[in-house]
Every structure is written in structure tokens, then in C-alpha cells.
Write a protein that binds this ligand. Sequence first.
Ligand code: UT7
Length: 315
Amino acid sequence: MSGLAILGTGRCLPSRCVTNQELSRMVDTSDEWIAARTGIRQRYLSTPEETLTGQAAQAARLAMERAGVTPDQIGLVVAGTFTPDHASPSLACEVHGELGLDSTTPAFDVNAACTGFLTALETARCFLESSSLEGKIALVIGAEQVSRVLNMEDRSTCVLFGDGAGAALVRLSPDHPYTCRLGCRGSAEILRVGGLASPDHWVRMDGKAVFRFATTTVPQALEDLAAQAGTTLDQVDWVVCHQANGRIIDHVIKKLGADPARFYKNIHRYANTSSASIILALDEMAREGLLQPGQKVACVGFGAGLTWGATLLTW
Ligand code: UT7
């Protein structure tokens, strides 16, 4: 298996930032409760005029600019999302149209909930291995408007999520070792979001059960990932966990006996942006100069499904 290089990243956030204080005027909650239970201080929520296609295309344009990639070099678009503007066409197809990509470039979405970006990345890598895409670059997107499926009267869910879009351009590269593990527990009971067969379309979640799933699955996934890559977690420079709850990340650190300084956290700024959270974090880290060429970055996601995924990248 060839490695995978990330050539450039970009992100786009909605224009409206909503603080915990503002939310506490809409629903029976408080900044203290939200911050203490989750670490979240604010989130970005889209206005009705802001489409997910527009946000994802903007993130993609930034990634293209930074990577010096032109539309004709892009041979594939894969988007991780469960909140596209339309059930069909997919978000990836709509972004394809916005960017004016070639008609020989396939585009499709994958829905693995909060594991969406890592699943889209692995899907793109598999496709890039096929002869028809030889030498091509893939555009991989993680984007959500979770606010579309939030019941703003349900304090147990509406305070936890936010919107955002991120994009990465990737290419096969033997100089960038890459390892990925994906899995699923196959359950719709603990966490689900509406759909055509449901009486409502809101996020429904057993928070404690998700918490238990995450704090057992994530440490195991990270250890198995390192073993599969022939390394140890001590040799990994950064760990980027899906930003669902700061306390989940703290539990993972404790369970692994790991150095907290190597675990990136930005949940206080964005809340849980589902498929977007890992690529938002990677882009932010890149912009802050935290990621240096050659560094090993372990990313780990979990979400509805119950899906999980862990990826070891070489920056
Ligand atoms: O991408 C994956 C998505 N999901 C997750 O990662 C969620 C993982 N789970 C969690 O992060 C936590 O379970 C939560 C933050 C969701 C909840 O924390 P908890 O410690 O499990 O709280 P709880 O659900 O047991 O609720 C404790 C109390 C309840 O009141 P009573 O029954 O003790 O009087 C809730 O009604 O807190 C109340 N509560 C709130 N109070 C103020 C629930 N939501 C709120 C709120 N503000 N927003």
C-alpha cells in the first residue's frame, strides 16, 4: 500500500458565532453547565442563506490555493457528511459543479457520521490506487450543518453541536506512510438523526452511552493503529481526536497514560462539528504552524453507527 500526502487544507465557518451565554437565553442551560460537562464555550451556526455547498467549496478553494492545485489536477471528490444541502445530488457533486471540475472526475458522499472525514479519506486513498486515477489528486471534504437537525428546544443535544466545513487535497506518496483502521458497532439506538423512516428529523442521543463507547473504543483504536503501523503512541507527534467533548479526550489521555500536550483540542471554539471536526483541527494546526513536515499525526473519530476510525498520517 502506498502512503498518502496531504498537499493542502482549508476551512470555512458560518458567519454567526453563538456563545453559551446566548444559548442560555434560548434554552434552559448555562455557560457553567456546558463548559464543565463538555469544554464548549461557543459554536458557529449557519444562517439560512449559507449553504453547505458554498462553505465546502470555499474550504476547497483555500486548500487548492495553498496546495497550488488547479481544477484539472483533481481526479476525485469524496465528501464526508450526513447533512448535505440535498438528499440528492450529493454534497460532493454540488462542490464539483461549483469548482467547475472535469466531467471525468467522479464525486460522491460517504455517511459515517462523525467518522465521516476519516472514512472519506480512506475511500479516496483506495480510489487513487486504481489505474484510472493514476497521478491524480483527490479532494476530500468533511462538512456539516448539524444545526439543520438540532432541536433547539432540546437542551441535552442543542448545546453540543456546531457547523463547519473543511477540505484537504491528497495524493498517493511513498514518502508519507499512512495507516487506517475503520469499524462499526451497528446500532441506531444510541445515536441517530431522523431520515425518511423517522417521525422527526432531530438528533436523538443517549449521551452517557456514547460517552462510554468513545472512552473504550478510542484508546483501543489508537493502540491498535500504532501497532498496525509498527510504532508506539509515544512516537506519535500529535493526536487529533474527534472534538465531541473535552472530557472524552481527557479520559482517553488518562487511560493511555499519554502526554496531554500532544492531544489537540479546539472544542471550546467550534463544539462538535461531526464530519468536519478532524479536518477543521488539522487545518487550524497547520495555520498555527504546529504541524511540521515528517511529523506523525494520529486522528481518531467516533459517532453514530456506532462508527469509529483511526488514521496515522505523515504530515
Ligand atoms: O459525536 C458524538 C456525539 N456525542 C457525544 O460525544 C456525547 C457524549 N456524551 C456526553 O458528552 C455527555 O453524556 C453529555 C455532555 C451529553 C451529558 O453529560 P452527562 O454528565 O451525561 O449529563 P446527563 O445527561 O446525565 O444529565 C445530567 C443533568 C440532567 O439533569 P438531572 O436529571 O440530573 O436533574 C439533565 O437534565 O444535566 C441536565 N442537562 C442539562 N442541564 C443544563 C442536560 N443537558 C443540559 C444542559 N444544560 N444543556
